[in-house]
Design a binder for this molecule. Structure first.
Ligand code: SF4
Length: 225
């Protein structure tokens, strides 16, 4: 999430990227050095970076080092938790493009966690929307963005900034604050803020039910298509 906190300031890049290789006994000596240089090249950095410390790099470069570290153990699946939210928009685009290139090249699967729905739309094949720690809707990217069902999903999508004034959806403003996940409301946890709530919503928690094309929704009023 935060490239300024995720790298040990006392470790050189060689050790940061090489640590996983050592722990998993994937390479030693010259072979390990070559692998570290290869990983840095994969994320667009030169081998000179190996002898430097994290404070010598920008946020985007640090994020590249973090990605190289993640790739060091030859993963097939990566959990990317807000990987670009701390970066400037222009740098965000570079990192997203890098992640997409690596995904294609290394045949990776990503679980990409983000609050920025424009970034999610750009990178995802399938999208899950969560409210108070539970998935309330999950579908293909196009289904979520073109045919959202759950009222919370609709409210989130209506809040995406756009310069396309002709097609800007009407902003859905939700009343109240997000409740504490420690003490969630009864029934549907979204009911105190939902403009469509009915009596059943306050008492019965809706199940996540799957409909056409694997589009799943948990809502009494707007079920899966
Ligand atoms: S179950 Fe009821 S309160 Fe919950 S999202 Fe659907 S309509 Fe709104």
């Amino acid at each position: 999430q935060d490239p300024y906190a995720s790298l040990n300031p006392r470790m050189r890049v060689r050790s940061i990227v090489g640590e996983g290789i050592e722990i998993h006994k994937l390479a030693r000596g010259k072979e390990k050095e070559d692998r570290i240089a290869e990983l840095l090249a994969m994320v667009g950095m030169s081998a000179d970076a190996m002898d430097r410390l994290p404070h010598e790099f920008s946020g985007g470069q640090r994020q590249r080092i973090g990605i190289a570290r993640a790739l060091a153990v030859n993963p097939r699946f990566l959990v990317l938790d807000e990987p670009v939210s701390a970066l400037d928009v222009s740098i965000q685009a570079q990192i997203i493009n890098l992640l997409q290139d690596l995904q294609e090249k290394l045949k990776l699967t990503y679980l990409f966690i983000a609050h920025d729905l424009r970034v999610v739309e750009h990178i995802s094949n399938r999208v899950a929307i969560m409210y108070l720690g539970k998935i309330v809707e999950i579908a293909t990217r196009d289904e979520i963005y073109l045919n959202p069902r759950h009222p919370y999903t609709r409210a989130l999508l209506s809040a995406i900034p756009t310069i396309d004034t002709a097609h800007r959806p009407e902003r859905i403003k939700l009343p109240g604050e997000m409740p504490s996940p420690m003490n969630p409301p009864s029934g549907c946890a979204f009911h105190p803020r939902c403009p469509y709530a009915k009596d059943v919503c306050t008492n019965v928690e809706p199940k996540l039910e799957t409909g056409r094309g694997g589009h799943a929704v948990s809502c009494h009023v707007f079920p899966a298509p």
